[in-house]
Design a binder for this molecule. Structure first.
Ligand code: SAM
Length: 225
């Protein structure tokens, strides 16, 4: 439940400086970068810890609704930062926030702010009457399209074939998304990271389950063509 969720009234009032202190210019009093990569429902943070070093110049954010899981990821990031304080790469570009991605995303992010959004092993909500709780729906896709920049990419992966088909169907139907090819997937380093690095994905590997991937590019708005 989100009855005690804190969220900003608008992206203008969001303070990122404590989450990414090395990307805050205290003389100018503002951030030097914005969050560009979001891991929605990040769970225990395995994807964040791999994306961070792969995109050291970009701010990467995990969003997670469960309090204790968010706390775990916070502690994990603090430990990584301490351990790597003397290294070239210090895990200073990854962070996590507690939030309900199905409700408040435009409160956190400006229009066209994000270049990549990950939906890794989202909860399947198997029962028909629970399908509206799925994290990919027409309404939510319009919100994701709003915060994604033109050319930005939605990454999805799941071990539930029915959910995969559901996500593909809704993304295919949405006018602002276009599926990327298998060839594109094969050469994209994020697909490989997503396939192997999340805790849920590793569980699926251990259980010898299947994983379905679908990636979509954010198209230009029709009136802007
Ligand atoms: N992505 C991680 C992975 O692959 O290991 C976690 C997958 S887990 C099956 C789904 C996660 O999504 C859970 O941690 C859950 O708490 C989170 N979640 C579910 N609904 C959410 C929402 N509306 N906003 C943010 N996180 C959510």
């Amino acid at each position: 439940s989100d009855h005690r969720l804190d969220y900003p009234n608008s992206p203008d009032t969001m303070d990122w400086s404590k989450m990414y202190p090395n990307f805050y210019d205290s003389e100018l009093g503002k951030m030097t970068s914005k969050v560009e990569i979001a891991d929605i429902g990040c769970g225990y943070g395995g994807l964040l810890t791999q994306l961070g070093p792969s995109f050291p110049e970009s701010l990467v954010l995990g969003m997670e609704i469960r309090v204790q899981v968010t706390q775990y990821v916070e502690d994990r990031i603090i430990a990584l930062r301490n351990k790597h304080a003397q290294d070239d790469y210090k895990y200073d570009n990854i962070s996590v926030i507690r939030g309900n991605a199905m409700k408040f995303l435009p409160n956190f992010f400006y229009k066209s702010q994000l270049s990549k959004m990950f939906f890794c092993f989202p909860d399947p909500h198997f029962k028909q009457r629970k399908h509206k709780a799925r994290i990919i729906t027409n309404t939510l896709l319009s919100e994701y399209a709003y915060v994604l920049k033109e050319g930005g990419v939605i990454y999805t992966i799941t071990d539930v074939e029915d959910l995969h088909n559901w996500m593909v169907q809704h993304l295919d139907e949405h006018p602002l998304f276009e599926r990327l090819s298998k060839e594109w997937e094969d050469q994209d380093k994020c697909v490989e990271i997503m396939y192997n690095s999340t805790e849920e994905g590793q569980k699926v590997t251990r259980n010898k389950g299947s994983k379905w991937v679908a990636c979509y590019r954010r198209l230009p708005n029709p009136e802007e063509c």
